[in-house]
Design a binder for this molecule. Structure first.
Ligand code: MTE
Ligand code: CO
Length: 431
């Protein structure tokens, strides 16, 4: 087992794990007579706890005018997106990460979806918004938001994963928290117009083979998208989880490219040019390619390979008590559905099938659980997902044999968490 220490200054903010553990241990010793055996007792103010009547039961609560737009409880203030300060030079061209260890089910709340901007989050007035279609079409067209909303629309749940998710982990275990190692993924229900309808409206010429969607942000981000994908399941989305897209996610409209790398999901989309060959733009030549050991680069690696991660326990979410515990995690595949997830407690010697719960949808996050008894011994936790094509999530060593160590993108290797006797969890690798 080897662990590479974080090389840059430790600016990642972490909860005070030792304090948590102490509180847990104290509570463990203070189970009241008659308490249900096997359940941990509460840790807060005993005056508010049974059999007493809690403080909040004695007075009227907030009126309905207190929160015109509802916010999470103040006790959940630690559940936020976080960035790793040393990763990028500024916060406009930066990344923050989804707090996966705080979430459950498969839907990411809008305010917690990770953000990746190459030129900051553009502020677009929907009244001025336009989407232009030009190039190899019968009639170049410009659509307003109102125009887009008059097309037949669909609702689809998809994950979006940045190609660079887990990119810092190619050469060894580095970041301590699944928020940072795996938090460049989110999964929401999009409402929008199938791109096919918009292209049909403009009329594709017979030599139309590629699209170049372009963002309205300062980065003007663009990518080449093959026409088959555009006509298959791409969408122009204007809603996420039922409400308007958040500004950070491309308000008022973004491209949805299901199962494919996040970089192609152009936000604040302002133009789609139709052409007969790819553009070989910056984001598909110098970036978002994988330099192999032999000097050649993998290019146009669009589909996100099947991947999984245990979100709890993990470095930001230690094991609190011995006895009955639950391992929970997420699995996904850009090629279809998650067929099965296996979990190991001993670094891959013995694998057991996890329990999948909730919807199992193509190109969406899938939730799994594994219930177990923890006797306080060290554990090496891993999960391994298998998708509907039969593809099995590889180990990190297998990935390195295939692709070397120059890569940043497309790291879907198996993650290992070392649970120590104290309950604290560390990012490690086993070989
Ligand atoms: N679109 C524009 N216009 N500008 C951008 O910087 N970033 C891309 C993509 N679309 C980007 C963009 C990248 S690299 C990713 S991973 C996803 O948006 C992130 O989407 P999110 O911020 O909604 O999580
Ligand atoms: Co990205």
């Amino acid at each position: 087992m080897s662990k590479q220490k974080q090389s840059a200054p430790g600016t990642v903010q972490m909860p005070a794990r030792r304090a948590f553990l102490k509180a847990g241990a104290a509570a463990g010793g203070a189970i009241a007579a008659g308490a249900v055996p096997g359940l941990a007792s509460a840790t807060g103010n005993p005056e508010n706890q049974a059999p007493n009547v809690a403080d909040w039961s004695h007075y009227l609560g907030d009126g309905v005018d207190a929160h015109p737009y509802g916010m999470p409880s103040e006790h959940e203030a630690h559940v936020v997106r976080r960035n790793v300060e040393w990763l990028t030079a500024d916060t406009q061209s930066s990344i923050n990460f989804t707090p996966l260890h705080e979430l459950d089910g498969i839907i990411t709340p809008n305010g917690l979806c990770f953000e990746r901007h190459h030129g900051g989050a553009a502020e677009v007035d929907p009244a001025d918004y336009q989407l232009m279609i030009n190039g190899l079409v019968d009639k170049p067209m410009i659509f307003t938001m109102d125009d887009l909303k008059r097309f037949p629309r669909v609702n689809r749940i998809y994950f979006l994963e940045c190609a660079a998710n887990s990119g810092m982990e190619w050469r060894g275990a580095q970041l301590n928290g699944c928020q940072f190692t795996h938090g460049m993924v989110h999964c929401v229900m999009y409402t929008g117009v199938p791109l096919k309808y918009i292209l049909e409206e403009a009329g594709l010429k017979t030599n139309a083979k590629w699209l170049m969607p372009e963002g309205g942000d300062a980065a003007g981000m663009n990518r080449s998208v093959p026409i088959e994908k555009a006509l298959d399941d791409c969408m122009i989305a204007f809603k996420m989880n039922g409400e308007a897209l958040r500004r950070e996610q491309g308000y008022p409209a973004r491209l949805v490219v299901p199962g494919w790398e996040g970089n192609m999901w152009v936000k604040w989309i302002r133009r789609i040019e139709v052409g007969d060959e790819p553009w070989h733009a910056r984001e598909e030549t110098s970036k978002y390619t994988d330099l192999l050991e032999n000097g050649k680069a993998r290019r146009f690696t669009w589909e996100m390979d099947c991947k999984s991660v245990i979100t709890n326990p993990s470095p930001q979410a230690p094991l609190m008590v011995k006895g009955h515990n639950i391992i929970s995690g997420l699995a996904w595949s850009g090629r279809g559905t998650v067929e099965r997830v296996d979990v190991t407690l001993d670094g891959g010697k013995n694998w057991r099938t996890a329990r999948i719960d909730g919807p199992v949808l193509p190109k969406a996050l899938t939730r799994f659980y594994f219930e177990f008894e923890w006797n306080g011994e060290g554990l090496l936790l891993q999960s391994r997902a298998i998708d509907s094509t039969g593809y099995i999530q590889p180990t990190k060593d297998e990935l390195r044999v295939a692709r070397g160590t120059n890569s940043i993108y497309h790291n879907n290797g198996i993650q290992t968490w070392h649970v120590q006797a104290s309950g604290e969890v560390e990012n490690v690798e086993v070989s």
